[in-house]
Every structure is written in C-alpha cells, then in structure tokens.
Design a protein around this ligand. Structure first.
Ligand code: PLP
Length: 399
C-alpha cells in the first residue's frame, strides 16, 4: 500500500497513473498532459531526455553506487570540481546528500557547528523568513514557517531557536540589532519563496542581508533547492549576492535522481579544517555522492551550459508576461511572474477547487495549493505548449 505525500489517505482522489513520459508530456492510459510544474520543479530538461538517460545507463554499467566513507570515485570528483568552477567566488566545498531537506539540514548543522568549533556555543539561533519553506525534516520544518507543520512542532515544544521576519529591510536590520549575539545564520530562499506561496521579493533585501551578516559575523545560507538552475531568471541567485553556504537539489540532476549538495565557501570549510577530530562535520548520508546521480548532474549541467538555457528561460518569462498581461478578475489577488515561475494568487482558496480536473481535461497537469495557482514548466517547453498551460490558467477565470 502506497502512503502518498501530504494527503489524507481516506479522502484523497486516485492519483493519475503515469505509464510513460517524454519531453514536457506525461502519458496516462487515457491520454497525455503537459507537466506544468516539472515534477515539483525539478525536471528542467523534460522527461526521457536521451543524453540524461544515456549518462545514467553508462554509469550503471560500471557501478551504480559506492559509499563515500573511505571510498571515492570519478563522477563525484568531476561533479564537485565542476560545481566549484561553475559556482561564484569561493563556493568550492561540496557536501552531497540525497534530498533537498537533508541538504538544508546539513547547511543548518554546518552553521551551528562552525560556531561551536570556535567555542561560541551560545549561537543556536536561526534567522529565517516568514512563509519560509526549507523541507520536511524536523530542523527544516523548524526553520520553515508553514502553518501545516505548526501542530507537529508545538507537540515538541516551542520553536525556541528560530526567529521569523518578513522580507523587509527594516525588519532585517532590527532582528540583527536585537539578536546578533545568539544567531549562527540567516537562511533564505532567495528572491522566490516557493512552497510558502510563490512569493517574490527584491534583491536589495539580500544585498542588505549580506552586509549585515558580514558586519555581525553571521553566516548567510541560500536554500536554492527550488531557485537554482535558472528558475528565477538568474542561473543562481548566488550569482547576484554570494552566500556562505548554498544548497542545491531538485534540478541538480535534471530531476532524474534525488540528490542535493550543500556547498560551503572557504571560510566555512576552514572552520572545520583542523587537527581536532571533534571539529569534523559529523554527517554522512549512505547515498551521498551516488554515482548515478553525479553522472546525471554532470550531464544536466552540460546541457544547461551548451543549449542556451538562460535564453530559453528569458523566452519563457517573455511569453508568460505577454500572455498573462491584462488578466484580472475580482477573485484574483495578484499575478506574479519571475523567471520560469508564474503564480496567480486568489483571494479565496475555494476559487481553485476543481482546477486540477479541469486542467487535466485540457491536457495540462497542475497542482494548485491553498490560494496559489502556479506553473513552473520544464525549460524545453515549446511556445505553443506554454501558451496551452497559460490559456488553461486564464480560461479558468473566464468560464
Ligand atoms: C526551498 C526548498 N528547500 C528544500 C526543499 C526540500 O527538498 P526535498 O523535497 O528534496 O527534500 C524544497 C522542496 O520543495 C524546497 O522548495
């Protein structure tokens, strides 16, 4: 019996059974539909891409996995070298793990232990944003700000180590002034808060955050699990403002195999580098650096670099702006567009009831949540396919 995510099993409708997938298309026995959300924002090259399949198969013929405890291999070495070269500045030190949530856990642990290694044990505090989402494991839930999780955390006691602030510079300045002696990090989903409602904010907030982190010696963590690899219209938001620790997941492998990486800059890495064994980072997921995942990631990055993905994303933004212009309805609160993400926020969540079935009948797979109807399409989408997704969203309000 499969236990499905985020669902009340007693009342959930049957999931659509996928029998095949290619490009942006998901195939059921009855027909096909465009995946307008890229399997939770990960499948940027679309499905069954021959180069990605080939990279995985080729590696599987050698070996699929060996642990990184006492062993290493070429795909993981090549991937860490590639990321070090590709990512800005001295974000060079790659710690791999098996999912975005674990990647963020590692980042939070790194920030805490960085200060413990320096003898500053009182710095247990985390500064985070309202509406933040950083994953489903316990510490990431705590760093997040999701109503749905509050009851679980309340059962364990107060969220004593986390302070949430809105994406407003005065609130940021105030939090640093008041709490800087107990903070070890500020963690953000930069520019685009995904699961918290596709909320977009300005880079000036991140620039100020960088200045304040520098002034007070606090680590800045960018959770780019969702925003990385072009989703905001930037390759990485880290290209605009450099964090101390960067977490990537989802599209890291083109969405083909679950994997994540927590990348530290030199300062953070050197905080662990010593003759004292107790200063080592005590973490080691079994599947970290999985050879199939690393091979997929290397190929995914190669495609991203050689096939003009940043131009494709700019094209998606342009078409989306053009097509969504003028959409207005009394039930709509706001239409937001950034890079390869569009969100129609409605005033009342009931407005979106029935949308998923409506979209399916029009050949689009969508999964609105709460008050948010959104699309984050694979970057290989054709103009007419994208227009089909956007028309579906618009026509829902015109019925
Ligand atoms: C910003 C962010 N961080 C972390 C995660 C967790 O990633 P995973 O589902 O791979 O654990 C997600 C997933 O949606 C995310 O959007």
């Amino acid at each position: 019996m499969i236990w499905y995510p985020y669902e009340q099993m007693k009342t959930m409708r049957d999931p659509y059974e996928i029998v095949d997938a290619e490009g942006v298309w998901l195939y059921t026995k009855e027909g096909r539909m465009i995946d307008s959300i890229s399997s939770w924002w990960s499948v940027i090259h679309g499905y069954r891409h021959p180069a990605l399949t080939e990279a995985i198969v080729k590696q599987a013929r050698q070996f699929s996995h060996v642990m990184l405890g006492g062993l290493t291999h070429e795909p993981v070495r090549r991937l860490s070298d590639k990321l070090a070269e590709w990512l800005p500045g001295d974000l060079d030190y790659c710690f791999f793990s098996d999912s975005g949530s674990v990647g963020v856990e590692v980042a939070l642990k790194m920030a805490l232990q960085y200060f413990i290694n320096r003898g500053e044990r009182q710095r247990t505090g985390i500064l985070s944003l309202t509406h933040a989402y950083h994953g489903d494991t316990f510490k990431t839930m705590e760093a997040g700000d999701d109503e749905d999780y509050h009851f679980i955390l309340e059962a364990c006691g107060e969220k004593k180590d986390v302070i949430h602030i809105p994406t407003e510079i005065p609130a940021l300045e105030d939090a640093f002034a008041r709490f800087h002696t107990k903070l070890n990090c500020l963690i953000v989903e930069p520019l685009l808060q995904g699961a918290g409602g596709m909320r977009m904010y300005d880079v000036s907030f991140l620039k100020r955050a960088r200045q304040l982190c520098d002034r007070y010696g606090i680590l800045l963590i960018f959770d780019e699990v969702a925003t990385g690899f072009g989703r905001t219209g930037n390759r990485f938001v880290a290209d605009l403002v450099q964090p101390d620790i960067l977490v990537l997941g989802k599209a890291l492998t083109g969405g083909y195999i679950g994997h994540a990486v927590t990348v530290a800059n030199r300062k953070v890495y050197e905080g662990f580098y010593s003759d004292d064994p107790a200063h080592a980072l005590m973490h080691g997921p079994t599947f970290m650096g999985n050879a199939l995942a690393c091979s997929a990631a290397l190929k995914s990055i190669e495609l991203f670099e050689t096939e003009g993905y940043m131009d494709r994303i700019a094209g998606i933004t342009e078409i989306t702006r053009r097509e969504m212009e003028g959409l207005s309805d009394p039930r709509i609160e706001e239409v937001r567009i950034l890079g390869g993400c569009v969100c129609v926020e409605v005033k009342d969540a009931k407005t979106l009831q029935g949308y998923q079935q409506y979209a399916k009948e029009r050949g689009v797979f969508s999964r609105p949540f709460l008050n948010y109807l959104y699309a984050m399409v694979p970057y290989v989408i054709l103009e007419e396919e994208l227009i089909c997704v956007l028309d579906c969203m618009k026509d829902w309000f015109r019925r």
